[in-house]
Each structure stands twice: as C-alpha cells, then as structure tokens.
Design a binder for this molecule. Structure first.
Ligand SMILES: Nc1nc2c(ncn2[C@@H]2O[C@H](COP(=O)(O)OP(=O)(O)OP(=O)(O)O)[C@@H](O)[C@H]2O)c(=O)[nH]1
Ligand SMILES: *[C@@H]1O[C@H](CO)[C@@H](O)[C@H](O)[C@H]1NC(C)=O
Ligand SMILES: *[C@@H]1O[C@H](CO)[C@@H](O)[C@H](O)[C@H]1NC(C)=O
Ligand SMILES: *[C@@H]1O[C@H](CO)[C@@H](O)[C@H](O)[C@H]1NC(C)=O
Length: 414
C-alpha cells in the first residue's frame, strides 16, 4: 500500500505502518467504531456521518484512516437461512465514492495491513452516571468507570474478546470506558493526545452527536454514500420494466462521481408513480398515534394518486405476511419489489432495503412514515436528485392524530 505515492514501511514487532515523506515519518492510525446492537441499518448510516466528521478533525493533525464496521446480525434482518454477518460495505455502498470524502478501508483490509486481528484500544462511550449536572448542558469527555456491564471479556491470554462483527479471531488489548457528552469531534483531543496506540475503536459510537447536522460537512459525507452500482442497476431495471420510469424521461440524471453532482432543486420530475414507505412491525406494536392503520394508509394513498394524477403506486414496507395480505386486498394495484430467494441470498436484507429506497427516491411524489430513519434516508436521496421539497417531505398521519407535523426540509449545502 502507498499513500500519496509514498511507500509504506512495516516496522518489525509493532503492528504499525509508517510512510516516509521527504521530511517526516508519519504514523498511520486506524479509527474503528461500532454501534449499539439494537440499532438498525439506517441509523447506522447516520452514525457513519458522525464518525467521518470526527475523522476529518483528526486528520488535521495526523494521518488517520476510518475502518468500516462490517454489517451483520441486525435485529431487523430476519430473512431465515441466509448468511448475514461479516458483510463488507462494498456490498451496499460504492467504496470509491466513500473514499472521495475520507480515507476508508474495509475491516478485512485492516486485518491484513495492521498485522492481524488486533485492536489496540477500545473506548466504550457512555453518558455520565450523574446525568447533566445542575440540569446544565455542557460538552465534556472524561475517562470514567464503566456504567454498564462490559460486552467484552478477558480470555486466558489476557486479551479481550467480544462480538467484533462476527470476526471471532479478533482481540482487543485494552478496553476502557469514556463518558462523553457532545459532538463527535470532542473526542479528537483524547485520541490525538491521550492515546498513542495505532488502532482505536469507539464502541457505542452513537453516543456522540453530529458536529454540525445538515451542514456542508454532513452533506459531503452523505452525498459520498453512493449506493453500490449493482443495487442501483437492479432498481433502475425495475423502474423501467414495471413503472415506466427512466432517468431521461424523469429528469433524474445521476453522476457516478458525486463530487460533480449538483442537481437544481425542483429540476427532477420523477417517474409516473407514487412512492410509499410504510414502516410497520415495531412501529405499530406500541400503538403509536403517529402511525396510521392500513385502512388509513390506503385511503391516503388513493387520495394522493388522484391528486397527482398517478396511475401507479410503489410500496416499500416491512409489514409482516398477515398485514401484507391485508394490504394487497385493499390495494391490489400496488407494485412491490419482491426478490426471489436466490436474489435475497445475493443481495441480503440490506440490499433489498436499498433497492426499495432507490425506487422510492425516484417517484414523482413520495410519502413516508413518521420519524423512520428509513424514510429520512429517502428524503436525502431525493434532495440529492433535485426534487421539489413539496414532493418529498411528506408523511402519513395517524388515524386520530390531531397535529400531524410534516418532516423538515434539510437543504443541501454544497
Ligand atoms: N425492504 C424493506 N425493508 C424495510 C422497509 N422498512 C423497514 N425495513 C427493514 O427494517 C429495518 C428497520 O428500519 P431501519 O429504518 O433501518 O431501522 P432503524 O434505524 O431502527 O430505523 P427506524 O425505521 O427509524 O426504526 C430496515 O433496515 C430494513 O431492513 C421497507 O420498506 N423495505
Ligand atoms: C487527557 O489528558 C489530559 C492532560 O493530561 C487530562 O487532563 C485529561 O483528563 C485526559 N482525558 C482523558 C479523557 O483521559
Ligand atoms: C488501558 O488504557 C487506559 C486508558 O488509555 C490506560 O490508562 C491503561 O494504562 C491501559 N492499560 C494497559 C494495560 O495498557
Ligand atoms: C411511459 O411514459 C411516456 C412519457 O413519460 C409515455 O409517452 C408513454 O405512453 C408511457 N408508457 C406507458 C406504457 O404508460
């Protein structure tokens, strides 16, 4: 491996790579992270943005690379009989696109180039045991005793073992807890000054907030999260075949190079169909008042189709078999992307979710589900494509919801 044309040297005995420029010897450091196990795919995509922001801060004073945490064992990915662990990011996202924003490597590349499956230091992020002192919010970070039981345990050799994305051979040399309250980059001084290890992993990375939500840096990273090409192709073929939707007709040109993409707001027309994201499962179990009944949702879908003179409706949903059958009876004309078992095995639940999102992102009009991060990611994708915000920031209302506040429009900062 070389960086900026400089060769990397391996220092014997240390799992450390150096590269030599004309004046300096610079140590390459690795930032790894993981997220609270119950969190879903789309929230994890959000945490990536926070970590990318931290990495940019770290790189002002050193050479850091972000190691992409493999996907897998997500609570929602329940398709039986298919292998869904150790999935590299390249199966869902375009790595070259990510790399045009920050240097990233897959976990297996980290193992190969850092000298094996060893992580020098894990910092488990947590809040403060005492909460906010005097009810006053302040940004701070301190090494503290662990509040919750550690999800890592020591083996006979004294190494820490844990989940590590299904890589059983991975070991950590040290685990400590860090109470943190504030935006992601408050961790930078600790990583730069208090630690000298080559690799550092932040666990429970969702604990820290965005440096600047919806600012330029946020959007640069978000725009770099281009879906993997094979998934976009499947989505595009489906649009053409079943929804009479092509980029040319719909005025949704896409540039492989996200840095060159700047579609004017309102320039996208979208395919002649209504796009729907109907989140069910855990969203209805709690009888939330901001989520409609199926009957309520179908009524809204029909009225939107009429209003926008659309003959077709594409539905993305995680509804279970029983609800789906009910929905089909009430809305027989709905179009869905239904992978065969072979497709599913190849694409995984994550790939299918992305194809659903991609198709919803190209609809002439979109309506999603209240506070679903799955719907939020569709909003962003449509913003990138250049849709009029009126066609994007819409959600279903609960049947008896009185004040049905609609989603916020977050404009891209280029
Ligand atoms: N294919 C497909 N999968 C869906 C759909 N809605 C939800 N899912 C699945 O359910 C998971 C849960 O939704 P996510 O939004 O990712 O999870 P989350 O981060 O907990 O976010 P919330 O929606 O806010 O719960 C997704 O990752 C998908 O695997 C859908 O419309 N289509
Ligand atoms: C980092 O080091 C500084 C200076 O030595 C110290 O004051 C601070 O408490 C340390 N922070 C953490 C989180 O260890
Ligand atoms: C583990 O990490 C903490 C925090 O950086 C440090 O104080 C401690 O000395 C380390 N322990 C070992 C055995 O390296
Ligand atoms: C597809 O859309 C084009 C224009 O957008 C239209 O001319 C054509 O009739 C449509 N075809 C079908 C089968 O609806």
């Amino acid at each position: 491996r070389s960086i900026n044309g400089c060769p990397l040297l391996r220092v014997m005995g240390h799992h450390t790579w150096l590269y030599v420029t004309s004046h300096y010897v610079i140590i390459l450091r690795y930032l790894l992270y993981d997220v609270n196990p119950p969190e879903g795919f789309n929230l994890r995509r959000d945490v990536y943005i926070r970590m990318a922001s931290l990495l940019k801060t770290l790189r002002k004073e050193g050479d850091w690379v972000l190691v992409l945490p493999p996907w897998g064992r997500l609570y929602h990915w329940q398709s039986p009989d298919i292998h869904q662990v150790r999935i590299p990011w390249g199966e869902f996202f375009s790595i070259t696109s990510l790399q045009a924003n920050i240097p990233v490597i897959e976990y297996e590349e980290f193992i190969a180039e850092s000298g094996g499956p060893f992580i020098d230091q894990i910092l488990v992020l947590q809040s403060y045991a005492e909460g906010w002192t005097d009810g006053k919010w302040e940004e701070k970070v301190d090494e503290r005793p662990c509040i919750e039981k550690l999800l890592y345990s020591k083996d006979k050799q004294g190494y820490y073992r844990g989940w590590f994305w299904g890589y059983e051979e991975t070991r950590a040399l040290n685990v400590t807890c860090l109470s943190a309250q504030g935006h992601a980059s408050i961790l930078a001084p600790v990583l730069q000054n208090n630690l000298t290890t080559t690799s550092v992993m932040l666990d429970r990375a969702e604990t820290v907030l965005h440096d600047h939500y919806a600012g330029k840096d946020y959007w640069d990273t978000r725009r770099s999260m281009v879906f993997a090409k094979h998934l976009r192709i499947i989505g595009d073929e489906f649009r053409a075949k079943y929804l009479n939707s092509t980029d040319k007709q719909d005025q949704t040109p896409y540039n492989e190079d996200w840095t060159q993409m700047k579609n004017r707001l309102g320039s996208a027309k979208g395919g002649p169909y209504l796009g729907v994201h109907l989140r069910r499962k855990d969203f209805i179990w709690g009888h939330r008042e901001d989520v409609p009944s199926l009957k309520g949702a179908v009524k809204k879908i029909r009225s939107l189709m009429k209003k926008h003179k659309l003959q077709q409706v594409f539905v993305a949903t995680d509804a279970d078999g029983e609800e789906l059958a009910k929905l089909k009876r009430m809305l027989p004309e709905m179009v869905r992307y239904e992978p065969t078992w072979e497709d599913l095995e190849l694409l995984k639940d994550g790939g299918v979710a992305i194809i659903d999102q991609w198709i919803c992102a190209h609809a002439r009009y979109f309506i999603g589900t209240s506070v679903s991060t799955f719907s939020f990611r569709i909003h962003e994708e449509r913003e990138i494509l250049g849709f009029d915000p009126k066609t994007t920031y819409n959600r279903f209302c609960g049947d008896d919801e009185k004040e049905c506040e609609q989603p916020t429009h977050w404009k891209i900062v280029y």
